[in-house]
Design a protein. Structure first.
Lengths: 104, 698
């Protein structure tokens, strides 16, 4: 049936938008906080990743000590050294990657 | 100043004297006797052996004693040898201060420098300091002390030797303490003198790690898919963390339970069928194989054998409003339940799908909130059922899913019929494959409904305006009268053409291509047309029935009917048989089924059989099975009866001996054609109208 096929096709193309933690070594508390913060910022400034990154960085600096670095983007590569237990690599909204790490 | 009591005390507690009395001591010896006498007189007290005996006069003598702030023990003429000048010079007189006791404590004031330093070192203020540790200091007799003692002896006039001795002790004690004090001070000074030492420490830098990666859209997508698959596989942990997904999990669970239930249901249905087929074994055979042997001896007559009664508890008091066999499954038929009585409308309706393999319970049950008036099952998708409701709505159900919620339902005031929907028909799929259906209603409109992705799209095909139907409205306006549609049928060959029966007895031939004209108007009946059905073998022939007791057979574009039959009661339904071109059956409100075979008898039915009691019940609808020789008829009590057609009712054409190769289909067409030619040549039969089209809005 025509519309049934369409329904199946629709199922295939599910777009996942939930935050997906790809890599992290943070402790529970920090991780939850960081994820929360990233989501809020990226949802709020979905059109301006630079602004979102800045917000995340500033908030992380305030909460967990200074010299956090944040990258928000749809396509990039990175190789960073960070203070152990201070990195989060997160996918969000289906097309967004957020990396935040601390290194003083 | 008189200090008598002081002296008395001094005498009595001589042995226990403290250093406090020392200053008074030198001048206190004279007053002792007075005190003592006073004591003796008043009280008989023991007196020491060595007490002085003084006369009354001596005791009464007043001795004046002056206390000065001068330290009498200080040596005033102390000299020191000056080596520079070569002579003795007077040493400076020490001050009047006498240190009685001095020892270094180890309590420090918080604000003092030492205190601050210690706080810094210990890093905490509330730290309890160690208990003081007194060190015993060696006794030392100094010259200074000796001198002092000597002085004391000189000054003290009336003091006894013992007194002096006592004082001696006191002084010694004092000195001890002085010495100790100085030593303690020295010790402290040494401690201070040690100075600050530099201690360096260096912190270990926090451990660092390396991490890197690439972000690309497909990497993100893949990660999501992987994660999603994982969470679906062992869904519990991830979903627990994300609270929002709990509901979904619950839904999944219930879906699983439902699936399980469906499986069980299927098992039970099979079991039920088996039991039923065991119980009604003979009937089950009859409906396939029974042939009435009496037919051989009855020329031109047949009969009907009742097989089963199909009913459902909840529809016992409802009318059967439509019966339709599933085009794909010959044993499955749909029965609509509603009410034909305007005054007795129930607020529920049912569409039940029974199978002849299980007469006890419907296979599918669809419940609606008002009477179901008609239904149609899609010829290509036999699971799609559309129903028309009494309130003017239409709904599409998918029988493969649960029958609780419709797949589509018309909503809103403008997207529905204004009155009862009398017939729905699936149309041929649109050019772009969209499934669509048509509906006709008492409100005089024919709608086309297209099943879009998520809604029903409705268009008006035609509004059934009456010719010359313009009448005066209440305030000078003109009102165009409409005739309410009561049934419709599509031309079997030309998919654009359809016939609509109306409540005023006309049959309009219309086309879906345009809505302004009727292709033809048949003045068919005097009352509402209940059913029109095209012949299966000749698409120019159709039969109609109505409330005016009439059944008429028509040829396309011929304004007069070919055959007219009066059945003596309102005819609820008429259908052509699928197996023969000349057989049709009709049901009447008298409860009778009439079966005609025009080839056998052109004037009356070859079988008239009462199926339900005349007074109590009426037959409403009828349907031929496409494959087997039986019909089902519905009545007003919600019962559907299946009836076996006897052999005489399904006479096949015997091919002539010269044309044995002809198949039944050709023979049937030929049979009908032969019959028609007889009728057409009737003298009163007028010719086919060359152009019968009329404009709808004149």
């Amino acid at each position: 049936m025509a519309d049934e096929e369409a329904g199946k096709e629709g199922e295939k193309k599910i777009v996942h938008v939930y935050p997906l933690v790809k890599h992290t070594d943070m402790n529970e508390e920090m991780r939850i906080e960081a994820i929360e913060l990233s989501i809020t910022a990226c949802e709020k400034y979905s059109s301006n990743y630079e602004h979102a990154a800045r917000i995340i960085k500033e908030n992380m600096d305030k909460k967990f000590g200074i010299y956090w670095h944040v990258v928000v983007g749809e396509g990039f590569g990175f190789e960073v050294s960070y203070e152990t237990e201070n990195i989060l690599y997160l996918f969000f909204a289906g097309n967004l990657a957020i990396v935040l790490w601390k290194c003083s | 100043m008189a200090t008598k009591p002081g002296k008395g005390d001094g005498k009595q507690v001589k042995g226990k004297r403290t250093s406090k009395n020392k200053t008074e001591g030198p001048g206190g010896g004279g007053g002792d006797a007075d005190d003592f006498d006073a004591w003796m007189k008043s009280r008989q007290l023991l007196k020491p052996d060595d007490q002085l005996d003084l006369t009354e006069a001596e005791l009464g003598e007043e001795i004046t004693k002056v206390l000065t702030p001068t330290n009498t023990n200080i040596v005033r003429n102390l000299v020191v040898y000056n080596f520079k000048e070569g002579e003795f010079v007077l040493a400076p007189v020490p001050g009047n201060t006498v240190t009685l006791i001095a020892f270094a404590g180890n309590s420090l004031h918080v604000d003092s420098e030492e205190g601050r330093r210690q706080i810094e070192e210990s890093d905490e203020i509330g730290y309890p300091l160690p208990m003081p540790n007194y060190t015993v200091v060696e006794q030392r007799e100094t010259d200074n002390v000796d001198g002092e003692e000597g002085e004391g002896e000189e000054d003290d006039d009336g003091a006894t030797a013992k007194d002096v001795a006592a004082e001696d002790e006191d002084v010694e004690e004092e000195d001890d303490e002085e010495a100790k004090g100085t030593e303690g001070d020295e010790g402290e000074g040494e401690g201070e003198g040690e100075g600050a030492a530099n201690v360096d420490t260096q912190t270990i830098p926090p451990p660092r790690s390396q991490f890197g990666g690439n972000v690309l859209q497909w990497i993100i997508y893949d990660s999501y898919m992987e994660n999603f698959a994982e969470s679906q596989k062992d869904g519990t942990k991830k979903e627990d963390r994300k609270g929002g997904k709990r509901e979904k999990k619950f839904r999944d669970k219930s879906a699983i339970a439902e699936q399980l239930n469906k499986k069980y249901l299927k098992c039970w249905q099979i079991l039920e069928r088996m039991i039923n087929q065991n119980i009604y074994d003979d009937i089950a055979h009859d409906y396939r194989y029974w042939e009435d042997p009496a037919d051989e001896f009855r020329e031109g007559e047949g009969n009907l054998l009742p097989l089963w009664k199909f009913q459902y508890d909840k529809t016992k008091k409802m009318n059967v409003t439509d019966i339709l066999f599933n085009p794909s499954y010959y044993d499955l038929f749909a029965v609509c339940f509603g009410s034909h009585d305007f005054m007795k409308q129930t607020n529920e309706g049912y569409l039940c799908l029974f199978t002849v393999k299980n007469p006890s319970f419907p296979d599918y049950i669809i419940q609606t909130d008002c009477g179901v008036m008609c239904c149609d099952i899609h010829p290509t998708y036999p699971f799609l059922a559309v129903i028309g409701l009494y309130d003017g709505n239409v709904a599409v159900y998918n029988l493969r899913e649960d029958c609780k919620e419709p797949l589509y339902v018309s909503r809103g005031v403008n997207c529905k019929h204004g009155e009862c929907v009398w017939q729905v028909k699936w149309g041929l799929d649109m050019a772009d494959g969209e499934v669509n259906f048509f509906s006709v209603s008492s409100d005089g409109r024919v709608f086309n409904w297209i099943l879009m992705q998520n809604k029903l799209w409705v268009t008006t095909i035609i509004t059934l305006y009456r010719e010359n139907g313009l009448v005066d409205g209440p305030d000078g306006t003109k009102v165009t009268l409409k005739s309410g549609g009561s049934c419709m049928v599509f031309h079997p060959v030309d998919n654009k053409v359809f016939l609509v029966g109306t409540e005023c007895g006309y049959i309009y031939k219309c086309s879906t291509a345009f809505s302004s004209k009727y292709l033809m108007t048949y003045y068919a009946h005097n009352m509402s047309v209940y059913r029109i059905d095209f012949n299966r073998f000749n698409s120019n022939i159709f039969v109609s029935c109505g409330a005016d007791w009439m059944v008429k057979v028509w040829e396309d574009m011929r304004p007069d009917p070919l055959f007219i039959f009066d059945l003596g009661a309102a005819v609820g339904d008429v259908k052509w048989a699928p197996y023969s071109s000349t057989v049709f059956a009709a049901v009447t409100t008298e409860g009778k089924v009439h079966v005609f075979d025009l080839n056998v008898n052109k004037y009356k039915a070859i079988c008239i059989q009462a199926v339900v009691p005349k007074r109590k019940n009426k037959l409403t609808r009828l349907s031929f099975n496409e494959k087997l020789a039986f019909i089902v008829v519905g009545d007003e009590k919600g019962v559907t009866t299946s009836l076996k057609l006897s052999p005489n009712l399904r006479m096949m054409v015997k091919p002539p001996k010269k044309q044995l190769y002809l198949d039944q289909n050709t023979l049937q067409i030929g049979k009908l054609e032969k019959l028609l030619s007889l009728v057409r040549e009737l003298p009163e039969g007028s010719n086919v109208v060359p152009d019968a089209a009329t404009t709808v809005r004149s």
